[in-house]
Design a protein around this ligand. Structure first.
Ligand code: ADA
Length: 550
C-alpha cells in the first residue's frame, strides 16, 4: 500500500517580507526564523498584527507522484516545490489539494508564501470590512502522500434508510479499476465490481446504529482500491426539511446553540485541538445542540469533534456583508462557487453537518443577488441532496432571495442596533420583531421552508453590572427573552445566538461598537470566561427543554 500520510505540521523555517515572493525572488528570501504550522504568524510574537508576507519553508523526503493537501490558509498564498510554482491559494479557509510529480528520491523543498494584505477589490473573498480579523498564515494542517497509480479521489457515504440500515457509496478514482474492497467496522470485507473510474452501490451497514445528538454512534468504512486505501468515518442519520420544520431521523428538532468563530486571541484561526474541544464540550455540556460555523468552512478538527459529541453544525463558506459590486463580479462569483463546492466535498461525510450555508448577510434585497444565490444553491445540490441549504439574511421581509434556500435564516438585532440611545432592555420591541418575522414566513410561498434565527444578541463588557446597554444583565435578558420566544413559537426551528465567545475584529471605524477591538457579544469572553448570560441562559434552557430538543 502506498498510502502513508506524512503530516507536515510542526516547526517550519520562516521569513517575514514586505512582498509576496515570486519564483525569481525565492533564492533571496532569508529564512532566519521559525514558525509553527498550523499557526497565524500575526497572532503572537514579533509579527503580531503586522501586515505583509509570511513565507514558510520545509524540507521533505519523497518521490514520484504526490498529493499535497493544505487544509486552510489566510489570506492568500503561493505554493512552490523545489523552487517552481505549483499553485495559488486564493480562497481563505479552503482546503486545497495539489497533485504533481515530486521528482526523484531524496529531499525536496516546499515553500508556502502566505500574505495577510487586505484586498478591497470587488473580487476579493476577504474584505477589510468583515467583522473578524484578517489573520495571515497556515491556519490548518499540511499533509503529503506518495500516490499509487490508481487512487481514490473522492468517497461519499450517504445514509439511505434508517429502517433497513442502508447507505449509498459513491467513489471516484483517478483511473479505471475493476473491483474495490470495502469493510465496515472491521467486519468481513465485501468485493464490489467497478465500471470505469467510479462506483455507486447501496450497502447494508452491519450492526448499524443511528447517529443522534444523544448517542452519536459512528461507523468506519475502509475502502481498498488497488494499492490505495481510504478510511471514511460516517454516521447513520437523516436530515430533512419537512412541512416547515427541520427533522432529524424523522423527528422535528429544535436547534439551540451559538454562532462560533474558530478563533482565539493567542492563536487566531489556528486554535489548538484541545482548545477547540474545550469550546465544543462546554457548549454541549450546557445542553445546547447546535453550532453555526460563522463565517467560513469549518476545519476537520471542529467537525470531527462535533461528530463525536453529537453537536449539529451549520457549515458555511466564507462571506460577510458582500455588496452588489461583488455579487455581480465574475471572479468573486466563481470563487464563491468553487469554495462552496470544495467545502461540501471536503466535509460531506460528517454526520454533524446538517446544513450548508453561504454568503452571510450579502446584499440579498436586490434582484441582482439572485443569480449568485441560485448558483450557490444549485452547486450544493449538485454535490449533495441529503442536506438542506440556507444563507443568513439581514434583510428580513425585504430579502428577494428567500424562495431559493430550504431554510430561511434571519440575522436580526432588535434591542441593539438602531436604538443606540435607549439604555433599558426593550423586551416588547424584541418580541415584536421576532413575531413579525415568523408571521412573514407563514405565507403560502414560504410555509414549507424551515425558519432559523441565525443571529441575535447584545454586547456585554465583563464587569459592567449597570443593567443598561453593554452590561452583563442586559445581554442576559436579551438572550433569555429570545430563548423563551424561540421555544414557544413552533415556527422557529432554532436559534444560533450571536455569539459564543468574544472575537477579535478591528476597532478602527467601529471603535464605539467594538471596544477593545473585539466583537463583545460573546456569552463568554475571548478567553472563554463566562459572562452572566452564559450561566443564566443554560439554567433557563434546562427548564424549557422540550420534546423537539434533541
Ligand atoms: C452581523 C454579522 C456578524 C456580526 C454581527 C454584529 O450580523 O453577521 O458577523 O458582525 O452582525 O455583531 O454586529
Amino acid at each position: 500500500m502506498k498510502n502513508d500520510l506524512m503530516i507536515l505540521d510542526g516547526e517550519w523555517d520562516f521569513a517575514f517580507t514586505a512582498e509576496r515572493p515570486v519564483e525569481s525572488m525565492l533564492s533571496g528570501v532569508e529564512f532566519s526564523g521559525k514558525m509553527a504550522v498550523p499557526g497565524c504568524f500575526d497572532a503572537q510574537g514579533a509579527y503580531r498584527f503586522r501586515r505583509g508576507c509570511g513565507v514558510y519553508r520545509k524540507k521533505v523526503g519523497c518521490q514520484g507522484r504526490v498529493m499535497l493537501e493544505i487544509d486552510g490558509i489566510g489570506l492568500r498564498g503561493t505554493v512552490f516545490w523545489d523552487g517552481a510554482k505549483i499553485g495559488e491559494l486564493v480562497k481563505p479557509f479552503t482546503a486545497e489539494t495539489f497533485v504533481f510529480d515530486a521528482g526523484g528520491s531524496g529531499e525536496h523543498e516546499i515553500i508556502i508564501a502566505t500574505e495577510n494584505i487586505l484586498d478591497t477589490s470587488p473580487s476579493s473573498l476577504f474584505h477589510p470590512f468583515y467583522d473578524f480579523y484578517g489573520y495571515g498564515g497556515i491556519y490548518r494542517s499540511v499533509t503529503l502522500r506518495e500516490l499509487p497509480d490508481v487512487y481514490i479521489e473522492y468517497a461519499v457515504i450517504t445514509p439511505v434508510s434508517l429502517a433497513e440500515g442502508t447507505a449509498s457509496l459513491h467513489l471516484e478514482m483517478n483511473g479505471c479499476i475493476d473491483k474495490v474492497r470495502v469493510q465496515f467496522d472491521g467486519e468481513a470485507p465485501l468485493e464490489l465490481a467497478c465500471s470505469g473510474c467510479t462506483l455507486d452501490a447501496e450497502l447494508a451497514v452491519p450492526h448499524f446504529k443511528e447517529w443522534t445528538p444523544e448517542t452519536p454512534g459512528l461507523h468506519i468504512l475502509k475502502i481498498t482500491a488497488g494499492d490505495d486505501e481510504k478510511t471514511v468515518r460516517f454516521g447513520m442519520r437523516i436530515v430533512k426539511v419537512e412541512n416547515g420544520e427541520v427533522t432529524l431521523n424523522g423527528k422535528a428538532v429544535k436547534l439551540i446553540g451559538f454562532n462560533r468563530h474558530d478563533s482565539h486571541p493567542d492563536f487566531g484561526y489556528a486554535m489548538p485541538e484541545e482548545l477547540v474541544r474545550r469550546d465544543l464540550e462546554l457548549i454541549k455540556s450546557r445542553g445546547y445542540n447546535f453550532i453555526r460555523g460563522s463565517h467560513y468552512a469549518q476545519s476537520e478538527t471542529v467537525l470531527d469533534i462535533c461528530d463525536e459529541l453529537g453537536l449539529l453544525v451549520w457549515d458555511e463558506s466564507l462571506g460577510w456583508g458582500n455588496k452588489q459590486e461583488s455579487l455581480t463580479d465574475g471572479t468573486f462569483c466563481s470563487l464563491q462557487i468553487e469554495q462552496t463546492r470544495q467545502m461540501v466535498r471536503r466535509s460531506i461525510n460528517h454526520p454533524s453537518v446538517i446544513m450548508w450555508g453561504f454568503l452571510n448577510e450579502a446584499k440579498t434585497d436586490i434582484p441582482e443577488a439572485r443569480a449568485i444565490v441560485k448558483s450557490l444553491v444549485d452547486t450544493i445540490k449538485a454535490e449533495d441532496t441529503s442536506r438542506p441549504v440556507t444563507f443568513a439574511t439581514m434583510y428580513g421581509s425585504n430579502d428577494v432571495c428567500l424562495d431559493l434556500p430550504d431554510i430561511i435564516s434571519f440575522n436580526t438585532y432588535p434591542g441593539w442596533y438602531g436604538q443606540v440611545d435607549a439604555q433599558d432592555f426593550p423586551e416588547e420591541d424584541v418580541l415584536a420583531t421576532l413575531r413579525a418575522l415568523t408571521e412573514f414566513t407563514r405565507q403560502e410561498k414560504y410555509r414549507d421552508k424551515a425558519v432559523i434565527l441565525s443571529e441575535i444578541g447584545a454586547a456585554a463588557l465583563p464587569g459592567d453590572h449597570s443593567g443598561l446597554r453593554w452590561s452583563e444583565e442586559y445581554q442576559s435578558r436579551m438572550a433569555k427573552t429570545v430563548l423563551e420566544e424561540v421555544c414557544r413559537d413552533d415556527r422557529w426551528s432554532g436559534v444560533a445566538f450571536w455569539l459564543f465567545a468574544d472575537t477579535k475584529t478591528y476597532s478602527d471605524g467601529r471603535a464605539l461598537m467594538r471596544p477593545r477591538g473585539f466583537n463583545n457579544k460573546g456569552l463568554v469572553n475571548e478567553y472563554r470566561q463566562p459572562k452572566l448570560a452564559w450561566h443564566e441562559l443554560a439554567e433557563l434552557l434546562k427548564t424549557l427543554k422540550n420534546s423537539k430538543m434533541a
